[in-house]
Design a protein around this ligand. Structure first.
Ligand code: SF4
Ligand code: SF4
Length: 362
């Protein structure tokens, strides 16, 4: 039996719990803030307001960015937190103006940028961008719901449920997506008691489920909403547009490391077995699988690749523009015969081994 009372044992036990407790405090602050405004709870608005979620993202974001070791994730999270703070807090607070909407009904006065408000032109424009580059352009780099899960919710990443059965639950999004689409139909109806009741209940249910899903993180990981519930159409842009997650089956050794880091629990190997150009509503292009793959077998595919490959006829090998930042550089095994061979070839092509170049300088 080990001694559970040593300072090291107590720290090892408490450290993850400290992360969970802090995460729950952050989730609670964000939830109470939004509900305080939406349902007029009467709590002090200076602390609990519609921007509480953004404050949580900023406050938890800074230490998370500093602690992350992977340079790509560090950069992505820094951009994500900065853009969320700028577009969801600074601009609407310092320079508030409304974005225009289409449809005859304007149920929600959307303050710029209104990216998440269906019916605004900014929302539509971002959807078009997602058709070209995948939902990655929104969810990977500029999204409040991703930002709170990758900052305050980071301790729960390891609780993600993985495997094909959990993956099947994504079909719930067919239902929530259908409800979301109906919103667009109601936008074009004349204002009436029905449309007003529809919009009230739509937003009430949406924000209750969204904030409620945060508290399921200890059971399912931080992405319950993103994986199984999110009705927002950016996921469908992955399927309808150019975005793919491309798996090079010649390089893949089926080690499964990519699946272990995916917060969406994507069964990458099973999907790649069916089609190496993986198309799912889920993948948000975070890049963790690419970094984890020591074989450099995973890359993104979007409209730029379509143009290069299908229109300009380039070889997919140009993908070196997306270096696998955390993976070690491949070092060839050099034995005596390899060096000799390089010296022979180098003589013709203009490169040489260190030994021969040293000789050349003597
Ligand atoms: S980490 Fe790379 S090599 Fe391993 S299963 Fe995933 S794609 Fe294949
Ligand atoms: S499949 Fe890869 S890029 Fe897509 S969400 Fe999972 S880890 Fe991120």
């Amino acid at each position: 039996m080990g001694d559970y009372n040593t300072p090291a044992a107590i720290r090892a036990w408490w450290r993850p719990w400290m992360g969970y407790v802090l995460a729950m405090i952050g989730f609670s602050w964000a939830t109470v803030g939004f509900f305080n405004v939406y349902f007029s709870w009467g709590l002090p608005r200076a602390v609990f307001n519609q921007h509480s979620e953004i404050f949580v993202i900023a406050i938890y974001g800074v230490p998370t960015i500093l602690l992350i070791k992977d340079p790509y994730q560090k950069r992505r999270l820094a951009v994500l937190v900065t853009l969320v703070f700028t577009f969801w807090y600074l601009v609407p607070t310092l320079w508030p103006f409304e974005v225009d909407a289409f449809g005859s009904n304007r149920p929600w006065a959307a303050t710029f940028p209104g990216f998440d408000v269906p019916g605004t032109w900014t929302n539509l424009g971002l959807f078009v961008a997602a058709l070209l580059f995948g939902r990655r352009i929104k969810c990977g780099w500029m999204n409040t719901c991703v930002a709170i899960k990758e900052t305050a919710g980071a301790p729960f990443r390891k609780h993600t449920k993985r495997g094909t059965d959990w993956f099947k639950l994504r079909r719930i999004k067919l239902l929530t997506g259908a409800i979301y689409l109906s919103y667009f139909a109601v936008l074009f109806m004349p204002d009436s008691a029905f449309t007003r009741a529809y919009f009230y209940w739509f937003w009430t249910i949406m924000i209750t489920v969204y904030f409620g899903s945060l508290f399921l993180a200890p059971i399912f990981g931080a992405r319950t909403w993103c994986r199984w519930l999110c009705p927002i159409l950016f996921g469908w842009a992955n399927v309808l547009g150019f975005y793919r997650l491309r798996v090079d089956k010649d390089r893949c050794t089926s080690c499964g490391k990519c699946e272990q880091v995916c917060d969406f629990g994507l069964p990458i190997r099973a999907l790649a077995e069916k089609n190496p150009m993986i198309r799912t509503t889920e993948c948000m292009g975070c890049g963790r699988c690419r970094t984890a793959c020591g074989k450099d077998a995973i890359s993104y595919y979007d409209v730029r690749d379509f143009v290069r490959e299908k229109i300009l006829g380039q070889d997919p090998a140009y993908k070196s523009r997306q270096p696998n930042l955390a993976a070690p550089m491949p070092v060839p095994h050099l034995d005596h015969s390899t060096i000799e061979e390089m010296e022979v070839v180098g003589g013709e092509r203009g490169y040489s081994s260190g030994k021969s170049s040293l000789a050349a300088h003597q």
